[in-house]
Write a protein of this length. Structure first.
Lengths: 444, 141
């Protein structure tokens, strides 16, 4: 997928949804579902024409809702009503008919979400926060055979602390910047295609207890594909990463220091190499399959290993039974670098349904289950720590006008962990969290 | 509409360039009858091309103003001028007897079944930001 499809998908606005403070990660070579910040999606026909080919869109979304478990605890949950206001700007050169320009394409987005807890509990109301995000996407397609792309996304996120009071009561604040540059070339008729992508991610916590996990991740990805049908390709993809931590702080609360002797989190050189197929198998059905080798190559501490631990696999099936309906099923087995311990294996399945009726009514449902096994945790914690995370989101939006919509959303998070963290009132182990929102949005 | 107008402009520019090349050919042949004929077409083509540029500028202004009527009017002007220039190009070729030998650039028309999805599912996924809330690791963190 080229960067410009990001914007096209956003403009379509059908299949995207954001969950409060959570986002699905990319499952290796498949999408793993869809994500989007909770901002209003403008119709391309609207917007202020500020120069030849450049259009400025703006919008605001107001959400009123209820969070059943602000602090992610299993008992003694504290609930609160929430108000969220999210203004957003979008500067792009997508044409008013939705057509993406053939040469230089750009899309600059920014949003600032303000979250207010309407509670009398001062431990809750202090979680009010501004959450800024900014993103830029540039792509240049000069000849059709060579496409250059660049993207950068910054976000500053704030989430509930691990405890309402006491030493772990600092709000979790995370600054994340993800930049990617890529060149894609498809000589001749485009049957053979190569893509080289360099990705840099800076992940910084402002929360004292998590500062040892401040990291920089770099990854080079080479993807070679052969289209044996116009929209179906066999491919080989190799990703080599380098993850290192930005300070020498004692990470005793995050990792197992006793067996490794290390006091800081371990650098790693994650390697993934997969072969697979992606594309259409019928007019209305597409698949993405990948199978291959993975190794985290941690410098110290627990590492991936064994046949299953060294194997990565992912599969996704997308069906379009109707013109405006999309059904997705997926499953994956892989590992992720982790803030706690060294890494976790992630075995997951997910499904989503998106439907649009009469261009005004948009309904979406998304379900995901992940079985996570964390390795390299401090002594005294389960090793591996096993989390079973169930996530569900349902949303309905009705576009009253092309520039105004109203909707409802529901989100469920249920985590079961074998790590009690000292009792059921501990945050971030086992918990059930419901969130329901009603929202209205205006765009131009 | 703007893209189509831009294509018209490029096409007209190619025709004017081609007529100029024909003029050079007639000069080399030292055939005054052919030369006069081609120059006559060239002058007309250039005048029309100038009008087309004005119409294109007006079209962009109307697009910026979201003036639907004005935009359609200017686009219609451009379409007519484009046809005139194409005819002048053909007439210039007739002047030196090239009408049968010049067939223009190869054009490929591509029809895609509307049931086929427009996006390209053969492209790899884009990188995303992992922004999950990190789980607590220990009670003494």
């Amino acid at each position: 997928m080229t960067f410009r499809y990001l914007s096209v998908c956003a403009v379509a606005g059908l299949l995207l949804w954001a969950r409060a403070g959570h986002a699905q990660q990319l499952m290796g070579p498949v999408t793993g579902g869809t994500i989007s910040p909770p901002v209003a999606v403008p119709a391309p026909a609207n917007g202020l024409q500020i120069s030849d080919g450049a259009t400025l869109h703006t919008g605001v979304t107001v959400e009123g809702g209820y969070d059943s478990n602000v602090f992610y605890t299993d008992s003694g949950a504290i609930s609160s009503p929430i108000l969220r206001v999210t203004p957003a700007l979008d500067l792009t050169n997508v044409a008013r008919n939705g057509e993406v320009p053939a040469g230089l394409f750009f899309d600059l987005r920014a949003s600032l979400m303000y979250r207010e807890y309407l509670s009398s509990n001062s431990d809750v109301t202090r979680l009010r926060a501004f959450t800024p995000t900014a993103a830029v996407v540039l792509e240049h397609n000069s000849t059709g055979a060579l496409v250059l792309g660049f993207s950068d996304t910054f976000s500053r996120l704030q989430d509930a602390p691990y405890a309402p009071t006491g030493p772990l009561s600092d709000i979790i604040i995370r600054d994340n910047n993800l930049a990617a540059a890529q060149v894609r070339w498809s000589p001749g008729g485009g049957r053979l295609q190569g893509l080289l992508r360099l990705t840099n991610m800076i992940d910084v916590f402002e929360t004292e207890a998590l500062k040892p996990a401040n990291s920089m991740s770099n990854e080079a990805m080479l993807d070679l594909s052969w289209r044996w049908l116009p929209k179906t390709a066999l491919y080989l993809q190799v990703r080599q990463g380098y993850v290192f931590y930005l300070n020498d702080r004692d990470a005793g609360g995050l990792i197992d220091e006793s067996t490794t002797g290390a006091r800081k989190k371990s650098a790693s050189y994650p390697l993934r190499a997969v072969v697979g197929v992606r594309g259409l198998i019928t007019e209305k059905t597409s698949v993405s399959l990948a199978f291959g080798y993975q190794n985290a190559f941690y410098a110290t501490g627990k590492n991936t290993g064994g046949f299953l631990g060294s194997t990565t696999a992912a599969g996704e099936l997308v069906i379009l039974p109707l013109f405006s309906t999309k059904i997705t099923f997926g499953a994956h087995h892989d590992f992720q670098n982790s803030v706690i311990g060294n890494f976790f294996y992630d075995d997951g399945v997910y499904a989503s349904l998106a439907h649009q009726a009469v261009s005004r009514f948009i309904a979406q449902l998304w379900l995901a289950y992940d079985h996570k096994r964390f390795y390299g945790l401090p002594v005294g914690e389960p090793n591996p720590r096993i989390d079973d995370l169930l996530q569900a989101t349902a949303t309905v939006d009705y576009y009253l006008r092309p520039w105004a919509f109203a909707g409802l959303s529901y989100t469920l998070l249920r985590n079961d962990s074998n790590d009690t963290l000292g009792g059921p009132t501990a945050s971030g182990a086992s918990y059930t969290k419901h969130q329901i929102f009603a929202r209205i949005g205006l765009t131009y | 509409m703007t893209n189509q107008a831009r294509e018209y402009q490029q096409g007209m520019n190619q025709v004017v360039t081609h007529i100029h090349a024909l003029e050079e050919t007639a000069r080399k042949q030292k055939d005054i009858i052919k030369l006069n004929c081609v120059m006559d077409k060239e002058v007309q083509a250039k005048v029309n091309f100038g009008i087309a540029e004005q119409a294109f500028t007006a079209l962009q202004e109307n697009v910026a103003r979201a003036d639907e009527g004005g935009r359609t009017h200017e686009f219609t002007r451009l379409t007519i001028i484009n046809q005139k220039v194409m005819v002048l190009g053909a007439e210039a070729e007739n002047c030196i007897g090239e009408d049968l030998s010049f067939v223009g650039a190869t054009r490929v028309d591509l029809d895609i079944d509307p049931n086929i999805p427009r996006d390209d599912p053969t492209q790899p996924g884009v990188p995303t930001t992992p922004i999950d809330r990190p789980p607590a690791a220990s009670t003494y963190m």
